[in-house]
Ligand binder design. Structure first.
Ligand SMILES: [Zn+2]
Ligand SMILES: [Zn+2]
Length: 135
């Protein structure tokens, strides 16, 4: 795990710095992000060949609870988010179809939204298949 404190910024791979993964709550101090996740994102960035924005990286429990509370009525996010464990990122780029297909070749867990792709480094499902879902 890479660890840092809010307000500090350091390179954690060729293309990404710690600040890009800092929790968006604006308050919490201690930040973590999985090294395997960052290394895979680096591969994605290399293949994509253009800038990628991390729209969500690490989330503290408070921020995750806040996001749950802002979900549209009828939609529930059950269970703990992989963002809270520092093993997930939501990323965006200009060509979302291209970005998704590159992510698909590198990650086993992908959530597809119109404006971002969620990727995380949880192990594959027990039956050996990828976790794929839409928002
Ligand atoms: Zn936070
Ligand atoms: Zn996500």
């Amino acid at each position: 795990m890479f660890t840092w404190s809010r307000g500090t910024n350091r390179p954690i791979s060729k293309y990404f710095t710690s600040k890009e993964f800092t929790c968006k709550c604006g308050i919490c101090r201690d930040q973590i992000i999985d090294e395997v996740l960052v290394s895979k994102l680096n591969e994605v960035r290399e293949l994509y060949g253009a800038p990628i924005t991390v729209t969500s990286g690490f989330r503290c429990a408070r921020h995750q609870a806040h996001l749950r509370g802002t979900l549209p009525p009828g939609q529930t996010a059950a269970g703990r988010s992989s963002h809270e464990d520092g093993i997930a990122a939501d990323i965006a780029g200009e060509d979302m179809a291209k970005l998704y297909s590159i992510c698909f070749s590198i990650f086993d867990n992908l959530g597809k939204a119109r404006s971002f792709v969620h990727v995380d480094t949880r192990p594959k499902k027990p039956d050996g298949t990828k976790r794929l879902w839409n928002y």
